[in-house]
Design a protein around this ligand. Sequence first.
Ligand code: PEP
Ligand code: MG
Length: 871
Amino acid sequence: RKLVYTYDESDPEDVKLLGGKGAGLVLMYKQGLPVPPGITITTEACKLFYSNGERLPDGLMDEVREAMRWLEERTGRKFGDPRNPLLVSVRSGAPVSMPGMMDTVLNLGLNDDTLRGLIELTGNERFAYDAYRRFLQMFGSIVLGIDKKVFDDIFEEIKRERGAKYDSELSADDLKEVVRRFKEVLGDKFPQDPWKQLELAIMAVFRSWNSPRAVFYRKANNITPDVADGTAVNIVAMVFGNMGFDSGTGVLFTRDPATGENVLYGEFLPNAQGEDVVAGIRTPKSIEELKNERPDLYKQIYDMAKKLERVKKEVQDIEFTIERGKVFLLQTRNAKMTPLARVKTVVDMYEEGLVTKEEALARVKPEHIIGLLYPRLDESYLKKHGISPIAEGLNASPGAATGRVVFDADTAVEWRNRGERVILVREETRPDDVHGFYASEGILTSRGGMTSHASVVARAIGKPAVVGVEKIKIDYDKREFRVDGITVREGDVITIDGFTGKVYLGEIPTAKAELPREFFEILRMADEVRSLGVRANADTPEDAEIARRFGAEGIGLLRTERMFRRPERLSIFQQVIMARDSEERREAMNKLVPFLRNDFLEIFRVMEGLKVTVRLFDPPLHEFLPSSDELLEKLCEARMRGDSDEVSKLESLLRRVRELREANPMMGHRGVRVGVTYPEIYEAQVRAIVEAYLQLRKEGKDLQVQIMIPQVADYREIKYVKEKAIEPVFKEYGVRMPVGTMIEVVRACITADKIAKEADFFSFGTNDLTQGVFTFSRDDVENKFMHDYLEKGILDFDVFQSLDTEGVGELMRIAVEKGRAANPNLEIGICGEHGGDPKSIEFCHRIKLDYVSASAFRVPVARLAAAHAAL
Ligand code: PEP
Ligand code: MG
């Protein structure tokens, strides 16, 4: 097999064989752009090198010699010829970019003889010695493995001896001395034979593929052997940017990689060679300055850059060198950009007609959308000031936030109202803390996992959150927390980073981008492509507003629990729980109806014209009563005071709490089971829904309301509550609404055909379904063993974040098939947390769900992911 290719023989599309740099050079060559001629040793050769016990494959150097002849012809020079020497660079280049991770040797081919040729050829002794000392240093450190510092020390020593501050102040004679001392270090390990130099350099580049930093980089960036297995080696004729002030070297982006603006962006260093730019020794000039000083060169570079952009249909990151007024391009690759620049350039390129809608959409990743939605920490600030985090937990909800520490929701609201920015810090949060979420910049908890209450709510309303920071010990009484000997008091400023899970002391600046026009534009394009609907999980008017602004087509899950916990309602609902019979229960529930109706109405108004799926009561009742410990304490006090009325009230409460106690409450008396035992609760909820709906109609507005039953395991549960609690209310008011069910119990999936006969729609509750399928407690797993399972490779990902398609997904597939067969009009969606996860959305598209419902803040990501699934 052929292992070495000249540009003439190469296919620029074959990135896997030629590596990114090689393919880029070939592409530029074939486009007629000025690249120095070169040849490429393929990634296949690298693989052989390794399977060969780190020896070059047989015949490789013969192929190299053959190909070098082409190089010699193209340049009119000869490798190793003392009178007219060809010098080359030997550069690494993997199929995916691994910037700075592997090695490169420049000026190869120089020896004591060719040095003289170079002097004659250029008439520039200083330049030639400068090139030679650079080569000796690179060869010594990269190929021979001598510590680079040895060379740096010698160089600095000579600078000191000569009283030179800058390299450029050294004369030809000084550099001669540098060369002499470098050669002393290298001794006879330095081969004068250029072919030997080349062979050793090729091996060194191959070896750099497996250097510790390269291996680490691949691991960190998930670059697996199927993506890139080995580096290519590019042998390219040298061009020199350090031949005087009509020479230089630079890098540029074809558009601004930070803002996406359509202007050339980059830097240029006159009279310098490649590594000088990277080393940051001198301050480079901006490309703008070049435009003023050498408009002719600028124009050439501009035209070439734009040509490349048109061919590659991507913003390019280009290296160039100017040798005595002539421009050469040395590398081109797709630019890495900020999320803002990514979205803006993609939309611009679509509008310029450069890419199709599909191409544009494929280039925007969910991370770009997320990156635009949430503020980020200023990394350079952290680096500059050497700031490290005080603790680390789970990155539960993205974004960075700074504020004063508060330890409870009421204080959060109070401080917020006097204009403070606050971070709510709790061991864990509960539904009655939600007002504190809205008042806070971010949430920090010492317990809980990715689907804990704090995480779910924070994601839903777009607040940054870091959870499960177990090192943090909170003392609510002293109003402080401690971590590693540091005490943080209420009012102290901290910063949390929901992207990384890190917690910092003090304020770290954040960068928040305004949402640009292109953000909405790319989502509009996504809508034209996707077939999955996208709705939101929302249970407050605020959530509903966010959902609507981000383009949700309705509410796929309106949880109603919160309504019972708000201040005036809780005590009434406790009467419901305490009621002795159906009559009393109905009476107490009816007192709640006006409150509930008002809550529904507020949300319905926001969602006018769209679909809203309201889920009936789901949690176990004990959550709405005080704990028995709390009651016992109060009882004790009441007895001491001799308050006999209070005593008997507390005693009966305590009795009820004990009655409601269950070993496994989440698998206990909850959801539709409560509805079966106490249909009065569902009946009153339906009444409130219907009344709110009719009120809205009276206001001349309309929307579609659907009623959803949770925790169903058998079709007869639906039948029963429809008969007892839902249909009588419909009849009374003369309305009808679709009635459907959550599918979140394993049995419901398997008997979906029977259930579909009783239900107008299904909505997969994959939080509970995952919990049931794995028998993993969704509230505990992240803090207990999920980490272990991921680490030990038993699970590939957290199944509460991304759908387990093999297990949970298979059940969903069965349910869809059986459900649709029994009821062709069945509408099917998903409202578990997975509904906002791109990989899970892909799966939902494949099994042909009608829609996904995601936390309001995830709606943009869901719209994009649904489009990707349809591409
Ligand atoms: C679910 O179980 O997936 C669901 C959406 O319901 P909840 O999270 O309220 O239990
Ligand atoms: Mg559920």
